[in-house]
Design a protein around this ligand. Structure first.
Ligand code: HGY
Ligand code: MN
Ligand code: MN
Length: 447
């Protein structure tokens, strides 16, 4: 059990006394208002070494599926950094971890909060989620090192299972944090490997004592790589994110009839493999017909018995549909459902659907977007407003407090791939913008 696993046990037995830090000779200004960029980059490398994988061309990536041993090791490392910084660390019932730098008056309530996630997909990069968490740590470290006494507490969190790749839905931890799912409901979710969230959370020592839902922050701002091609293609350095598009995930099970691949005439087949292929091509054709920003993906597909000379008896596949417009997203779901019933009739198969995730599009707070925009410009960056194609914890926090996001460029727009890359200078610039946005929220009158 790692350090933090012990920490979680201490907290659970309430032997853990929250570390309240008084600031000696407090100052109310942070002269250089920059993070320690070298330390941020070093921590990104150190965290990336946990669950390290290599891409097709040797690119360094990360595989830290939620609640895996690698996730626990990553958690232990980040919690240790939080603890070393003297933050007040809380681990909640779904394993979200929040470290708070108390305000000048010692309070830790309603912090200006930042954060993201440290779980990754199986073919993850080094920056998705990790940047937001470690940049948040570097922001608080800059404040602590300067012995700055802030009017409001500053918090940095990592949320459990943002990716949803092992356990659906995605953004599970932040969904529970804002009270849109209970921890008990989350515990009963079974993953793609047959394990149960509640059991895995206990196994890694992160089923913490702090109850969910968590307290609403004063405001929430998340730094994240864009994971898309827009900023780089337009030569714009920073994205002021206006919101997150809607997400619809479902798992389809097609039941046909296994048969001999050589003797069964084509008109007598009930081929689940053919059905899966038809669905994948329908999802693509529908996305092309509907046009951007609509996207559709069949990311998981398994056939049974999966043998060269057997017509597939069954197929299990996932469909991921996304759109910034709720009505268009509903339209795509309706058209898919209609197609599935036609396919059942034509191929003589049965198709069942299980909802994995469904989130409507989210719009961020205009005041927060404007704050990100002018702060980034104030540091000499080109900025553009844009929606997020990917889901983020910020879309859940937006339900309980003023929220926005900061995007940095992704090279060639690649993500969920070890080839994911962002220039070090952009990573540090993103953290510097985050620092100033958080200080403005804490000390200023932005809201
Ligand atoms: O699926 C997503 O958009 C996110 O990476 N969880
Ligand atoms: Mn992410
Ligand atoms: Mn991701």
């Amino acid at each position: 059990m790692g350090h933090a696993g012990t920490l979680a046990r201490l907290v659970e037995t309430s032997l853990y006394v929250p570390y309240t830090r008084t600031v000696s000779e407090p100052r109310n200004v942070l002269e250089d208002r920059r993070v320690d960029g070298d330390r941020l980059l070093a921590r990104l490398d150190e965290l990336a070494a946990i669950g390290a994988i290599q891409g097709a061309n040797g690119e360094p990536g990360c595989a830290r599926l939620a609640l895996s041993d690698e996730d626990r090791a990553g958690r232990d490392l980040v919690v240790t950094w939080m603890y070393d910084l003297g933050l007040n660390v809380r681990i909640d019932a779904i394993g979200n971890v929040l470290g708070v730098w108390p305000a000048a008056d010692g309070s830790i309530d309603a912090p200006v909060m930042t954060g993201s996630h440290i779980d990754t997909v199986r073919t993850g990069g080094r920056f998705d989620g990790n940047l937001g968490v470690l940049a948040g740590l570097s922001v608080i470290e800059a404040v602590a090192t300067a012995r700055m006494a802030t009017k409001r507490p500053l918090g940095v969190a990592f949320f459990t299972n943002e990716e949803g790749a092992r356990f659906s839905p995605d953004m599970m931890g932040s969904l529970v944090y804002v009270g849109a799912m209970t921890a008990e409901e989350a515990y009963d979710v079974t993953g793609i490997d047959g394990t149960r969230v509640g059991d895995e959370l206990l196994r890694i020592g992160y089923r913490g004592p702090t109850p969910c839902p968590g307290p609403a922050p004063y405001a929430f701002v998340e730094l994240h790589i864009e994971q898309g091609p827009v900023l780089e293609a337009e030569g714009v350095r920073i994205g002021a994110v206006t919101g997150v598009q809607g997400i619809s995930w479902q798992e389809l099970t097609i039941t046909g009839e296994s048969n001999h691949a050589g003797t069964t005439p084509m008109n007598l087949r009930h081929d689940a493999g053919y059905g899966a292929a038809r669905i994948a091509t329908f999802v693509r054709a529908l996305a092309l017909e509907m046009g951007p920003p609509h996207v559709g993906t069949v990311g998981m597909l398994s056939l049974q018995p999966n043998l060269v000379n057997v017509v597939a008896a069954s197929a299990v596949l996932t469909v991921d549909l996304r759109n910034t417009d709720e009505a268009r997203l509903v339209e795509s779901e309706t058209r898919l459902t209609r197609f599935l019933s036609e396919l059942e009739h034509d191929e003589g198969v049965t198709i069942t659907s299980r909802k994995l995730a469904r989130f409507e599009p989210v719009a961020f707070d205009e005041r927060m977007i404007a704050l990100v925009e002018r702060t980034a410009q104030g540091l000499g960056n080109s900025v553009r407003r844009m929606p997020s194609g990917a889901g983020h914890d910020a879309q859940m926090l937006a339900r309980v407090c003023p929220t926005a996001m900061i995007f940095t460029q992704s090279h060639h727009g690649i993500s969920h791939n070890p080839a994911e890359y962002t220039e070090p200078a952009d990573l540090v610039m993103g953290a510097d913008i985050l620092l100033r946005v958080m200080l403005e929220l804490s000390e200023g009158t932005a809201l």
